[in-house]
Design a binder for this molecule. Structure first.
Ligand SMILES: Nc1ncnc2c1ncn2[C@@H]1O[C@H](COP(=O)(O)OP(=O)(O)OP(=O)(O)O)[C@@H](O)[C@H]1O
Ligand SMILES: [Mg+2]
Length: 266
């Protein structure tokens, strides 16, 4: 979405970002190396790459949970120096407290921050639970929910904080295909209604194509982002889009980018 007046929130700029870890033999291993990239606001930006290429490291850096070794990161020109209320992360691992009901889990964040009253928080939580098809489960505990329901509750838990940007790190990984498709549709609907700036991390090409406005293909250093693919499929999207010629053409293009440089040795 073009934003000539700079009105949209959640504009990420990364410049010369570098981060490494000590490898198994105690030697430093570079994971993100001199990465410069921009994620425009109001878009569903997808970062896609193979396991181990550094996707979660990038997410942790942007969330402010990890500090870079070098380089700068800003959101709407504000430097990222630690976690902030403008960004909300959703991980694959559950973030729900097992001893609290679904509603109490959702309202927990704003209540500890004293952001809104319990009554207001409950009203907002119920709106979100309604939207995610969980209203009948509002008084249940996480242990009574399916994997897909937990993921939806977590997204509601993130959204109640009204973030400027959502960063989702493979939130639907490990779920069965049908549950996954359903959750993708929930997230798409949410995004298409709100245009909430999103950075969605995945290793699944189909998920990336179905959701994205732009796919950033990620790889190990020295070039962490090897290509950027514009996914100009019409919105609102439904799963039917995945059978169109336009989708198949984009899939072919994306596969070409993904596998470029990867040689299979005989
Ligand atoms: N805290 C850490 N200490 C040491 N090495 C780490 C640490 N975190 C990540 N790494 C290493 O950095 C590399 C990238 O890891 P990262 O988790 O960012 O990859 P990923 O793309 O998210 O993979 P996946 O798709 O499997 O989640 C891996 O080689 C990993 O072993
Ligand atoms: Mg990861």
């Amino acid at each position: 979405m073009s934003d000539p007046a700079g009105q949209l929130k959640g504009h990420i700029r990364v410049d010369g970002l570098t981060r490494g870890f000590l490898g198994p033999d105690a030697q430093p291993v570079s994971v993100i190396e001199d990465l410069s990239v921009e994620f425009e606001p109001g878009l569903l930006n997808v970062v896609m790459g193979q396991s181990g290429c550094g996707k979660s490291t990038l997410a942790y850096l942007l969330a402010g949970y990890l500090a870079p070794d070098a380089g700068s990161m800003t959101i709407d020109r504000r430097p990222i120096t630690g976690p902030g209320e403008d960004r909300i992360m959703v991980f694959q691992e559950t973030a729900l407290w097992p001893w609290m009901s679904v509603t109490n889990n959702v309202i927990f964040g704003p209540l500890v921050r004293n952001a809104i009253s319990r009554q207001e928080a409950k009203v907002r939580a119920e709106e979100l639970l309604e939207r995610f098809g969980l209203i009948d489960f509002k008084d249940k505990y996480p242990g009574q929910l399916s994997g897909g329901m937990k993921r939806r509750a977590e997204i509601a838990q993130a959204l109640i904080n009204s973030p400027d940007i959502m960063i989702l790190d493979e939130p639907f990984r490990g779920l069965d295909v049908m549950t996954r498709e359903l959750l993708q549709e929930y997230y798409l609907k949410l995004f298409e209604d709100s245009r909430l700036s999103t950075l969605f991390i995945t290793s699944e090409l189909e998920e990336a194509l179905f959701l994205a406005d732009r796919i950033y293909v990620m790889a190990e250093p020295p070039d962490n982002i090897t290509s950027v693919i514009e996914i100009d499929l019409p919105r609102p999207r439904t799963i039917d889009v995945t059978t169109t010629t336009q989708y198949l053409k984009l899939k072919q293009e994306a596969m070409h980018h993904l596998y470029a440089g990867l040689e299979v040795s005989a």
